[in-house]
Design a binder for this molecule. Structure first.
Ligand SMILES: [Zn+2]
Ligand SMILES: [Zn+2]
Length: 348
């Protein structure tokens, strides 16, 4: 079969590799689509500790059950499915609580395990037992289904925030994740939903997809945002960009009883944030972290896309066959478009 093999930073090759076989407890999926994530781009440009070359990356996968190993129950060949990435150990306290994303020793498909930039993918036994293969309706558009994984991460983040109808919301960052957050906030009835970014080109998507009010920020983001909102603060704030100053600004733009999600991580070498504890205390402000997602968020995200609550068709701005995956990396590096999907079925 064909696969895109990562040999090291900026060295990926589409080549023939051995077709995976389903051993006991395992399953093999035919990959229909695999969307390209910001993390895939980061691995492509810098590599990553848990991706040992030669490796196949890609974790936003839609497929069809192709082969089922001995002892696997509840899976049907030919069924259209999604595949959750995180594989928990099954033993730690978090796994027992169903919080696989917080497992002390988790591994992930597309990182430690071979990913979806390939024609077929093997799902490890542990992941099969855990329920990582999630059936979706046959009629669900595979391009749209490829958005479920990133959307599920946003839903996990927002579960902590509980945005309410009529609340004022602000998202820092108009990348694919920031735009998805805006879409969820809008679907929940927040008003306004402001999306702040330094790029006019990215903010154009906010306008085009009718996700909320774009706010262009420059040297003084707080002043720019307050100017756009007549000085009003926010109830719900999400930082969807890896910039520490956005976290600091979020704290300053929070209304009393506001909930803030530090959704994006910040660079490892500079993660310490100055924090006015009394500001949080007297104003009853809550700050939450969020990392990856759980199986139930995947199901909620699939549901949201099926119901049309996310303009999924407009989120997929580029599609390339596996053989042209280089073009996908080029597009994502240049910051063009929103989501880029690899069509792994295409024989092109
Ligand atoms: Zn992703
Ligand atoms: Zn665990």
């Amino acid at each position: 079969m064909k696969a895109c093999v990562f040999y090291g930073p900026r060295d990926v090759r589409v080549e023939d590799v051995e077709m995976p076989k389903a051993g006991r407890g395992e399953a093999v999926l035919k990959v229909l689509r695999c969307a390209v994530c910001g993390t895939d781009k980061r691995i492509y440009t810098h590599g990553q500790k848990n991706v040992a070359p030669p490796a196949i990356t890609g974790h936003e996968i839609v497929g069809r059950v192709h082969d089922i190993g001995a002892g696997v129950k509840g899976l049907k060949k030919g069924r259209k499915v999604l595949r959750a990435s995180v594989v928990g150990c099954g033993k730690c306290i978090y796994c027992k609580r169903g919080q696989l994303n917080l497992c002390d020793t988790f591994t992930a498909i597309g990182y430690e395990h071979s990913g979806g930039f390939a024609e077929y993918i093997k799902v490890p036994a542990r992941a099969v037992i855990q329920g990582n293969i999630i059936p979706i309706p046959e009629k669900m558009n595979p391009d749209h289904a490829a958005l479920v994984e990133p959307l599920s991460c946003c839903l996990n983040g927002q579960e902590y925030l509980q945005p309410q109808k009529g609340e004022r919301a602000l998202v820092f960052g108009a990348g694919p994740i920031g735009l998805m957050h805006a879409a969820i906030l809008k679907a929940k009835g927040c008003r306004p939903v402001c999306v702040a970014d330094v790029s006019a080109e990215r903010l154009e998507f906010v306008r085009k997809l009718k996700l909320g009010s774009p706010v262009m920020t420059g040297n003084d983001p707080i002043a720019d945002i307050l100017k756009a909102t007549n000085g009003e603060l926010f109830d719900v704030i999400i930082t969807a960009c890896s910039v520490k100053s956005a976290q600091e600004n979020a704290l300053k733009l929070a209304r009393k009883r506001a909930r803030i999600s530090f959704f994006a991580g910040v660079p490892k070498d500079d993660p310490i944030l100055p924090l006015d504890a009394n500001h949080l205390h007297y104003r009853e402000i809550s700050v939450f972290g969020a990392f990856a997602s759980n199986l139930r968020h995947m199901k909620q995200a699939a549901d949201m896309i099926m119901k049309g609550a996310l303009p999924a068709g407009k989120f997929v701005t580029h599609k390339f066959p596996l053989s042209q995956i280089h073009k996908a990396y080029e597009a994502i590096e240049s910051g063009r478009g929103i989501k880029i999907v690899i069509d792994c079925e295409s024989k092109q």
